[in-house]
Design a protein around this ligand. Structure first.
Ligand SMILES: Cc1ncc(COP(=O)(O)O)c(C=O)c1O
Length: 438
C-alpha cells in the first residue's frame, strides 16, 4: 500500500492512456512511483494526496525563483491578454535577446527555440555548417537532450575497463548511423581530448560540454580544463559549445562562461530562462550564427518566441538581476549550507554521503569516493540507497530528484533548509548503514 494512494491511483489511470503513465521519460523514475500534483507555490508543491512538499526538484531545474513567482505570473498574464503567438517578430522578443546579448559573453546573436534538446541540435547544425565537418566530441555522462545526434554515452556502465567506451546509444531506436559522427570521451581529461583532436582534428565540427557536469555528480571542471578545450578548438578550427541548460543563470547571470571566464562559440540556455515556460535560447558568436542569419542553415519552430514564454523569461531575468543579483547570491548561500549540512548529517549517522557541487545546484550520493572528478568516479555510487533516501524524504515532506541532483530556489528560506536537514537526519538515522566515505 502506497503512502500516496491518490498519486498511485492517478498513475495507474495514467498508464492506461499516457505511454508509461508520463509525458517525459525521466518522470517514470519517480519514487515510490510517479507522483501527481495539484498545485505549487514558492518552494512547495502539493501532491494529489494533499501533502505540502518542500521542493528541491524545481521541476527539474526551471523554477529558479520558486513556483508561480508573482512577477512571472503577472507578466505572462499581461502578455497573453495581448496575444499568444504572432509567429512574427515583436518588441518583447527583441528586448529579451538584447538582455541576453548584454549578459552572455558569447551572445553576439541569439535565436529562440522551445526546448533544450532542439537548441542542442541547432548548435550542432551550426557547427557543421560553418566548419563543413561532421564529427562531434561529447563526454561520458553528459546529457544534451533526447535527440539522436547526441544520445550516446549518456550513462554508460563501466566494468572497470579504462579505455574509452565506443559510442553507446542511450536507448533503443537511435539511428546507428548517428554513432559514426560522435566521439565520446571521458570528461575533465584534457589529455584524452588532446589525443582525440590530434587524431581526428580535421574532422571535428564541435566539442560540446556542460561547463559543469550537472546531470551526473555535479562535477566542476578541473582548473584549466575549459581553457584547454577552448585552446584545442581554436587550434583545430572546431566550435566550442557550452550546454548551459542547467548552469545558465544558476552559476551566474553571465552563465558558466562568465563564471569561469571561458567564452564558447555557441551556447544553449533553457530551463531557468523561462521559469517553467518552454523557452530555450541559442547564443553565439556572429560568425557561428551566420548560417542562420544568412539562411544557409535551417532552424524553425512554430511556437518559438511566443508571448507567454518571452514574458516569463523577461520577468525571470529582471528578478534575478535586481538588487545587484541578490537572488542568486541567496540561492548560492542557501544551497551551500544545505549541501554541507547533508554531508555533515551523513557523517554523523555513519553513512558514506558525498555532497558536491557549486551550491545553487549540487549532487548527493551514497558513495565509495569522497570526491568525484569524472563520470567514472560515480561508478561505485549506491543508486538504490539514494532512491531509498528519496522515498524516506518524500514521506518527511521533501521532494527530491531520484538521481541525486538538488536545486535550490530564491523562494527557499533558512527555515526550509533547517527543516530539510532535520528531515534528512531522521531519514539517514533510519537507513541501513553503508560505512564511512573512504
Ligand atoms: C544539460 C542539459 N542539456 C539539454 C537538456 C534538454 O533540455 P530539454 O529537456 O528542454 O529538451 C537537458 C534536460 O534536462 C539538460 O539537463
Amino acid at each position: 500500500m502506497s503512502d500516496f494512494p491518490a498519486s498511485l491511483a492517478l498513475h495507474e489511470r495514467a498508464q492506461r492512456v499516457l505511454a508509461g503513465g508520463v509525458s517525459s521519460q525521466f518522470r517514470a523514475l519517480g519514487v515510490p512511483h510517479p507522483m501527481a500534483y495539484v498545485r505549487a507555490a514558492g518552494a512547495r508543491v502539493w501532491d494529489a494526496d494533499g501533502h505540502a512538499l518542500l521542493d528541491y526538484t524545481l521541476s527539474q531545474g526551471p523554477c529558479i525563483l520558486g513556483h508561480s513567482h508573482p512577477e512571472v505570473v503577472a507578466r505572462v498574464q499581461h502578455a497573453v491578454a495581448e496575444a499568444q503567438l504572432f509567429a512574427g517578430q515583436h518588441l518583447a522578443e527583441i528586448e529579451l535577446a538584447e538582455t541576453l546579448q548584454r549578459l552572455i559573453p558569447c551572445a553576439e546573436r541569439v535565436r529562440f527555440a522551445s526546448s533544450g534538446s532542439e537548441a542542442a541540435q541547432a548548435c550542432i547544425r551550426l557547427a557543421r555548417a560553418v566548419t563543413g565537418r561532421q564529427k562531434v566530441i561529447k563526454f561520458e555522462g553528459h546529457y544534451h537532450g533526447w535527440l539522436d545526434s547526441l544520445a550516446f554515452g549518456v550513462a554508460p556502465a563501466f566494468d572497470g575497463a579504462n579505455e574509452s567506451a565506443a559510442p553507446l546509444p542511450w536507448c533503443e531506436g537511435i539511428a546507428t548511423s548517428a554513432a559514426q559522427d560522435v566521439i565520446v570521451l571521458p570528461w575533465n581529461d584534457l589529455d584524452a581530448v588532446g589525443a582525440a583532436m590530434a587524431r581526428h582534428g580535421r574532422e571535428i565540427a564541435a566539442i560540446i560540454t556542460e561547463p559543469v557536469m550537472c546531470n551526473q555528480g555535479c562535477i566542476e571542471p578541473r582548473p584549466g580544463f575549459l581553457e584547454g578545450l577552448r585552446a584545442l578548438c581554436d587550434e583545430h578550427g572546431a566550435a566550442l559549445l557550452f550546454d548551459e541548460i542547467i548552469t545558465g543563470f544558476r552559476l551566474s547571470l553571465n552563465g558558466a562562461q562568465g563564471h569561469y571566464g571561458v567564452t564558447p562559440d555557441l551556447a544553449l540556455f533553457g530551463k531557468a530562462l523561462g521559469s517553467g515556460f518552454p523557452i530555450a535560447a541559442i547564443c553565439g558568436r556572429a560568425r557561428w550564427m551566420a548560417p542562420l542569419a544568412e539562411n544557409r542553415a535551417f532552424h524553425a519552430g512554430t511556437m518559438n518566441g511566443n508571448n507567454a514564454c518571452v514574458a516569463a523569461a523577461a520577468a525571470t531575468l529582471a528578478v534575478l538581476e535586481r538588487d545587484d543579483r541578490a537572488a542568486l547570491r541567496r540561492i548560492a548561500q542557501l544551497g551551500a549550507a544545505l549541501r554541507d549540512g547533508l554531508a555533515e548529517a551523513g557523517a554523523r549517522h555513519g553513512h558514506a554521503v558525498r555532497a558536491q557541487g557549486p551550491g545553487p545546484m549540487f549532487h548527493m550520493a551514497f558513495a565509495t569516493l569522497p570526491k568525484a572528478e569524472t563520470y567514472r568516479h560515480l561508478a561505485g555510487d549506491d543508486r538504490a540507497a539514494y532512491r531509498d533516501f528519496c522515498a524516506g524524504m518524500l514521506r518527511e515532506g521533501v521532494r527530491l530528484i531520484e538521481r541525486g541532483l538538488w536545486y535550490v530556489s530564491a523562494a527557499h528560506t533558512e527555515d526550509d533548509i533547517a527543516a530539510t536537514l532535520a528531515a534528512a537526519s531522521r531519514v539517514l538515522g533510519r537507513l541501513e548503514k553503508r560505512g564511512p566515505v573512504r
